[in-house]
Design a protein around this ligand. Structure first.
Ligand code: PEP
Ligand code: MG
Length: 574
């Protein structure tokens, strides 16, 4: 028995047999020089392989089952884009003529070169795109050599082990119990897809592919990021017990779906969800959400070469609004920048010296007024179909607010001129996620209809910790006394101004923080749908009025050790 550690992407524990796949960049490349007369024929051989891969990807896209994860289509499109990118296939064609390399050599050299360029980038998301380039070139190599993709029986329930698995290949492995992959991190497309397929996976294992053999018994813990190979009886028994406990817990929580979220002292709590794509509304409704507290619209703009226009955005927004059946939907305007980049501009844009502090979110939108106006019009039009609230990210300055409101007035004018319907009273709110905005929350509360606290960025900016940088991840401390003061101060300011306020950062979905936030006076939590019932259970056992004075004492201390003790007591006392 031995175990390997990697990055767990969730999904729980699975136990099963290994199936080792022969994929990935370590495949030997047949390198041969061709003679000068053979250039055209070799280029033609490459073109045929590219055509074959294009057809394969189109076939996969067409054959996607109705229940395929929403990301699947987008990921296939990214791979087609990479395939057609002149920097890959065009440069490989040129290398055949220039260096007299065979097509395999030219393709693998160009792919490695591009991947290395991505690898050198500071941004984790962009670094992961290098993996996509290698996955696409792997597919072209297979076409050149006439071999087919990972060969598995479609119904084989196994834990798949590979050096890397392209998202397109992952889609063909629908019987997978889990995935153990040597490369990649939590933001790789492979991870994103595994998450939305609801299959446990551990990435970044390093050497699983060479150490594991077909039919080895495996335990894969997608939460802890552990892969146990050939476990002995006592370890197997322990994991079986953990697996069963996880299942029992899920069933218990399921019984809370129809239960009203109300504290012991009768305070009604809104439990809303954060979504990235319209398809996720189904999970929101299944969890019994009272609304969408945050629709991160930037995901409609990412991973594509053409940005969505007003009509396409309107379709997406109104689809969510209609599906939520009268429940409120908070649509946040584009929050592009930092770790969320637009594919359409990523390749050419200069990398900002410090993107998290650069032209991100509302700063980006105000610099692109035509694009921003199109989004504002699309959101306004969606407001004719249900309860829509508009949320502006990363506000820090009064003039950003003024400019946004002026553009909104212009968008309304444009729609009136076109005879389009919208809700003239659509509430407008701001994310409070920059410490400057938290310190001046009263100003923004008075000017706007509501506030929403983005703790993810508030922590990053208050503590000067890049939230995407694993080197400093241990310093990213949600319960730092300074962070708690900023959150409490924002809630107080909004309540004083008589304006609704929610928390939509990860803190809202952390059930270890539920009683703390209730004690600060929070009545509106927005989170990933998977956390909703666990948070609801905390609410049902809490008395908000009794928590309030204890939380006031906790926020008043600037001693982190004392905060930890008081938090622990808050959590465990009746
Ligand atoms: C936040 O910053 O807390 C937030 C909800 O926004 P995002 O995670 O999209 O930056
Ligand atoms: Mg944010």
């Amino acid at each position: 028995m031995f175990s390997l550690n990697g990055t767990g992407i969730g999904g729980g524990i699975v136990i099963g047999r290994a199936r080792v796949l022969d994929t990935g960049s370590r495949r030997d490349v047949a390198r041969q020089r061709i003679d000068a007369h053979g250039v055209a024929a070799e280029q033609q051989r490459l073109d045929q392989a590219l055509d074959q891969v294009r057809n394969e990807l189109a076939g996969l896209a067409k054959g996607l089952p109705r229940d395929a994860p929403s990301e699947a289509q987008a990921l296939l499109e990214v791979h087609v884009m990479i395939l057609d990118d002149p920097a890959l296939s065009g440069a490989a064609r040129a290398a055949i003529a220039e260096h007299l390399w065979n097509a395999e050599w030219a393709m693998s050299a160009q792919a490695s070169h591009l991947a290395a360029q991505f690898e050198a980038l500071a941004d984790e998301y962009l670094r992961e795109r290098g993996r996509d380039v290698l996955q696409v070139s792997e597919r072209v190599m297979r076409a050149l050599s006439g071999s087919v993709g990972p060969q598995v029986r479609a119904s084989e329930p196994a834990i798949f082990i590979a050096e890397d698995i392209a998202p397109a290949d992952m889609l063909t492995l629908r019987s997978a119990l889990g995935f153990g992959i040597d490369l990649g991190g939590s933001t790789s497309h492979t991870a994103i897809l595994a998450r939305s397929m609801n299959v446990p996976a551990v990435l970044g294992l390093g050497s699983a592919r060479s150490l594991i053999h077909d039919d080895d018994w495996l335990i894969l813990d997608g939460d802890a990021g552990v892969l146990v190979v050939d476990p002995d009886e006592s370890v197997l028994a322990e994991y079986r017990e953990r697996q069963a406990a996880g299942e029992r817990e899920r069933k218990r929580l399921q019984q809370l779906v129809g239960v009203a979220a109300r504290t012991i002292d009768g305070r009604a709590i809104e439990l809303e969800v954060n979504i990235e794509r319209p398809e996720e509304v189904a999970d929101a409704l299944a969890a019994g959400a009272s609304g969408v507290g945050l629709f991160r619209t930037e995901f409609l703009f990412m991973n594509r070469s053409e940005l969505p226009g007003e009509d396409e955005q309107f379709e997406a927004y109104s689809q969510v609004v209609r599906a939520m059946g009268g429940r409120p939907v908070t649509i946040r305007t584009l929050d592009i920048g930092a770790d969320k980049t637009l594919h359409a501009t990523a390749a050419t844009a200069a990398v900002a010296p410090n993107p998290a502090l650069g032209q991100r979110a509302i700063r980006y939108s105000l610099a692109q007024p035509e694009m921003f106006l199109a989004q504002l019009r699309a959101i306004l039009r969606a407001s004719a179909h249900g309860k829509v609230r508009l949320l502006v990210p990363m506000i820090a300055h009064d003039h950003e607010l003024e400019s946004t409101l002026a553009l909104l007035a212009k968008a309304r004018e444009q729609l009136r001129a076109r005879g389009e319907r919208f809700d003239p009273a659509m509430p407008i709110g701001a994310m409070i996620e920059v410490p400057a905005a938290a310190l001046c929350a009263g100003f923004f509360a008075r000017k706007l209809d509501f506030l929403s606290i983005g703790t993810n960025d508030l922590i990053q900016y208050a503590l000067a910790i890049d939230r995407a940088d694993h080197e400093v991840a241990s310093l990213y401390e949600p319960f730092h006394p300074a962070v708690l003061r900023l959150v409490a101060m924002t809630l107080r300011a909004a309540l004083k101004a008589g304006k609704p306020v929610s928390v939509c950062g990860e803190m809202a979905g952390d059930w270890g923080a539920t009683r703390l936030l209730l004690g600060m006076g929070l009545t509106d939590f927005s989170m990933h749908p998977a956390s909703l019932l666990r948070v609801k259970r905390e609410i049902l056992r809490s008395d908000a009025a009794k928590l309030a004075p204890r939380v006031r004492r906790l926020v008043a201390t600037d001693d982190p050790a004392r905060v930890a003790v008081l938090l622990e007591r808050l959590q465990h006392d009746a």
